[in-house]
Ligand binder design. Structure first.
Ligand SMILES: Cc1cc2ncn([C@H]3O[C@H](COP(=O)(O)O)[C@@H](O)[C@H]3O)c2cc1C
Ligand SMILES: O=C(O)c1cccnc1
Length: 353
């Protein structure tokens, strides 16, 4: 595996970008978070005139052996059935990407189903799902490395085709459980009790279901241990779609793409990527705060402030897609808004009295 070549953007242009934002016809700072967003994107692209080219949502799908042990409210077959739904255009993410003019690609990272060759689907199947991490490691080191590399390659291929903004999404029954274990390990937790604060209802477990999920994850932790190493965590508890998303985030940052981060599961992949190359954070926009309780823990750990809070708990990249118009608006005001000079508007606030 080639080492990841990721540095934060050169801050040299920062003052000039700030100046351009401040000369727009508005009180200083009045566009709030959009100003920070415009600044971030301009810095990533090293320009005063940023643009979003061929924005793309990529949904990574994978099955989880632990789903059969009962960590989700839904059966494992829903993973492949939802992939079919994506390909038929009927899922929430299809509706939102169509409305917002975003390209959508689905990646089979490890679904327990044979889809054949299908338009809109990248076959990157590493295995037909992970092993049940309650009894055994989820994947081999070779499978993990293959997943990371495929994800990286998918991001690079998009960049080669002119895309500079990628939103990540996922589908995998049981993947909130995997994300809980990854999060527990990667935020540096030391005690079993902390596992419960990052374990939620996922697709909608009832109280007994949540209790069962927590005790199964505690068993998994007993078996695999509390490693803080991002590569080892993937082997112990990962999902193939999560590993591939981590690779895609790293690959996107290598190519200086803007990364729209969705909810709890995508952020667990980001924790892995961040563990391998902390500078990936400079390329990330946090779309929303998911209702899954562990998302708050992840965002606090990364010191990230999401753009929206809509009580979403769906995944599929829906939050990333919905945040796109805000990101586009940030770029648009940078390029299209008049400055005090060009519009002949006085920039003098009245003196007191
Ligand atoms: C019909 C349906 C559509 C979905 N789309 C995304 N997810 C979401 O739910 C799953 C994670 O929750 P858990 O860990 O509880 O299984 C993931 O597949 C995620 O993307 C869905 C779940 C269902 C049931
Ligand atoms: O926040 C998420 O990504 C999420 C939450 C619940 C179910 N699926 C995804």
């Amino acid at each position: 595996m080639k080492p990841y070549a990721i540095a934060s953007p050169d801050p040299l242009l920062s003052a000039a970008i700030r100046h351009k934002i401040d000369r727009k016809t508005k009180p200083r700072g009045a566009l709030g978070r959009l100003e920070g967003l415009a600044h971030q994107i301009a810095l990533i692209q090293q320009t005063l005139d940023p643009e979003l080219r061929q924005p793309h949502i990529v949904v990574f799908a994978g099955d989880h052996g632990a789903a059969r042990a009962g960590v989700s409210a839904y059966p494992q077959d829903v993973t492949w059935q939802m992939v079919e739904n994506f390909l038929a255009g009927g899922a929430a993410i299809n509706v939102f990407t169509r409305r917002l003019g975003l390209d959508l690609t689905v990646v089979d990272a490890g679904v327990n189903h044979d889809f054949g060759k299908r338009p809109g689907l990248i076959d990157a199947k590493i295995a037909p799902g992970t092993a049940n991490y309650i009894e055994d490691t989820a994947m081999s080191a070779a499978q993990r490395d293959a997943a990371l590399e495929r994800g990286r390659g998918i991001a690079h291929a998009l960049a080669d085709n002119g895309c500079n903004c990628i939103g990540l999404g996922e589908m995998g029954i049981g993947n909130t459980a995997s994300a809980s274990l990854l999060t527990h390990c990667l935020v540096g937790a030391e005690h079993d009790a902390e596992l419960y604060t990052v374990t939620g209802r996922g697709t909608g477990l009832d109280d007994p279901g949540l209790y069962r999920k927590r005790s199964l994850l505690a068993q998994a932790l007993q078996r695999g241990g509390r490693t803080h190493d991002p590569l080892e965590v993937l082997v112990q508890y990962g999902g193939l779609e999560i590993a591939m998303m981590a690779g895609a985030i790293l690959g996107a940052a290598e190519r200086r793409m803007l990364v729209l981060v969705d909810g709890f599961i995508v952020t667990s992949a980001l924790l892995v990527a961040h563990g391998l190359a902390p500078a990936v954070l400079s390329y990330c926009v946090f779309a929303h705060r998911s209702q899954e309780p562990g998302h708050r823990v992840q965002l606090d750990f990364l010191q990230a402030e999401p753009l929206m809070e809509l009580d979403l708990r769906l995944g599929e990249g829906t939050g990333a897609a919905l945040a796109f118009p805000l990101v586009q608006a940030a770029v648009d005001f940078m390029n299209e808004m008049a400055s005090f000079e060009s519009a002949g508007v006085s920039d003098q606030a009245r003196s007191p009295g």
